[in-house]
Write a protein that binds this ligand. Structure first.
Ligand code: SF4
Ligand code: SF4
Length: 487
């Protein structure tokens, strides 16, 4: 191990640890940086991460690249460092347009933040700023503004190191340098929108999100993408109860700093608008939820010939409550649904639902190819019902967020929440149990799904937390590890 001092505090690090990493991970000191990104690597071009090593104020070191040395004495905020950072900020801002008021990055822009924290507050530049390409359509998803770009090359290095392709690159030299599309035209990579997140300025913006809302007016929730079994950690952003965007949230065990574009844009599927089912229905007529539950219990009777088909978008807590009620009602057939799309060798899984592993761990099985004849079927959550299950049914119960073409044939219809309105646990493709938190509230007439099964049981569980404790205990044997994700 190497022992060194950073800002007067002694730390021990493994050989090869950089000064920037040691300061961040051991002491919580965030040294400013633009070109360095922990999931892309080191480039050393922006020069804002300068620190003073062993009192050498004449030759500052870039902390993103400089490995820690034994007995090193590092100063991250000495007068020489402060002056150098001011100089770097002044250079970076020389050609940067003063258009923060109309820039989508405003409010979450490291250039703004560092300018405020480390800049000099004014500029000695009196010449005319350079004009560079603006409103460049890099694709149908990403827009580029050359004048805002500080040439950190995070975007080009993302494609080179993470996606192993080169749809964009740096063109020209010196002050004329700019990021440009390659000869193959618009970016086609299905993970391309990650460059919008890692661009430290407003040079790359999402064509889907741009000009939709100022981020300081939005509400954010840390949760998990429901798009597939990977369970990428995300931050969901909403304005006045309507989801406006998903961005990846770093979790080194799951998705690092990335997510796929389809998952990112899937927020739209969760804005139900007028399609939302509120309250319950019995035989197509509005009914109270209590009456609908009583009717459900009457239909199920002793449970003989009745099966439950549950969505693998349901949380483990919902599945556990449903299973507990089913057992008490004599229903022994518990199936889970399935949905697939095209997977890939990066993040996307073929299983297009987030909790198949959780459903299996709780005892739900896939619908068999030769399903037995049923008297009744209780469908919980957003799931495609195989037509063979519907043949000869005496009754069908549907519980879900929207009505479908099957609704007309359902004796009982119960409301449900979307994955972005749920609180609980999903288990991803690698057996990792992850916290799911609500990003929006559904409004009246849509209780939490698990409360329906609790009320049928006549239990008094006060909150979903009591179920979560039981879920975690049950999942312990199914590699139900819980890994906290980083903000
Ligand atoms: S577009 Fe953004 S990420 Fe790419 S080089 Fe310019 S500032 Fe860096
Ligand atoms: S890979 Fe799956 S979980 Fe990750 S963002 Fe895409 S759809 Fe969502």
């Amino acid at each position: 191990m190497i022992t060194l001092t950073i800002d007067g505090r002694q730390v021990e690090v493994a050989p090869g640890t950089t000064i920037l990493e040691a300061a961040r991970d051991q002491l919580g000191i965030e040294i400013p940086h633009y070109c360095y990104h922990r999931d892309i690597g080191i480039d050393g071009n922006c020069r804002i991460c300068l620190v003073e090593v062993n009192g050498n104020s004449a030759k500052l070191a870039i902390s993103c690249k400089q490995p820690c040395g034994d007995k090193m004495d590092v100063q991250t905020a000495s007068p020489a460092v402060v002056a150098a950072r001011k100089g770097v900020m002044e250079f970076l801002l020389i050609n940067h347009p003063l258009d923060c008021t109309i820039c989508d990055q405003a409010g979450e822009c490291p250039l703004q933040e560092y300018s405020y924290e480390y800049g000099s507050g004014d500029s000695r530049f009196v010449e005319r700023k350079r004009n560079k390409p603006k409103h460049v359509e890099f694709s149908d998803k990403v827009m580029f503004d050359g004048e805002r770009c500080i040439l950190c090359t995070r975007c080009t290095r993302f494609f080179e190191t993470v996606r192993e392709c080169r749809p964009i690159g740096v063109e020209n030299m010196g002050g004329k340098s700019t990021i440009t599309l390659g000869p193959n035209g618009p970016i086609a990579d299905p993970y391309q929108m990650n460059i919008v997140d890692i661009c430290p300025v407003g040079a790359l913006t999402s064509r889907d999100f741009r000009f939709k809302q100022r981020v300081w007016f939005m509400d954010f929730a840390d949760t998990v993408c429901a798009g597939c079994a990977r369970g990428c950690n995300i931050t969901a952003g909403a304005y006045q109860g309507k989801l406006l965007r998903f961005v990846p949230r770093r979790n080194p065990e799951v998705n690092k700093s990335w997510m796929c574009d389809d998952g990112r844009l899937s927020y739209k599927d969760h804005n139900l608008g007028d399609a939302r089912l509120r309250g319950a229905k019995i035989a197509g007529e509005p009914a109270s939820i209590d009456d609908a539950l009583a009717k459900l219990a009457e239909l199920v009777g002793d449970g003989q010939g009745v099966a439950v088909l549950a969505s693998t978008k349901d949380t483990c807590e919902e599945l556990l409550a449903l299973k507990t009620w089913a057992a008490s009602a004599g229903v022994t057939t518990l199936w889970h649904g399935a949905a697939t799309w095209s997977g890939d060798d990066f993040l996307r899984c073929e299983d297009a639902t987030p909790n198949t592993a959780g459903a299996k761990a709780l005892g739900y099985e896939p619908v068999p190819a030769q399903a037995p004849a049923l008297r009744g079927l209780v469908v919980a959550g957003d799931v495609d019902v195989p037509p063979a299950l519907l043949a000869g049914l005496d009754f069908l119960v549907l519980q879900r967020a929207t009505e479908t073409e099957l609704s007309a044939g359902a004796v009982v219809l119960l409301p449900g929440r979307t994955p972005l309105e749920k609180k609980g646990t999903w288990v991803n493709v690698d057996g990792l149990a992850q916290d799911v938190r609500p990003a929006v509230e559904p409004g009246p007439g849509v209780p939490e799904d698990w409360t329906l099964w609790r009320d049928l049981l006549g239990e008094s569980w006060p909150s979903v937390k009591s179920l979560t404790l039981r879920v975690r205990a049950e999942l312990g044997g199914a590699d139900g590890r819980l890994v906290a994700s980083e903000s």
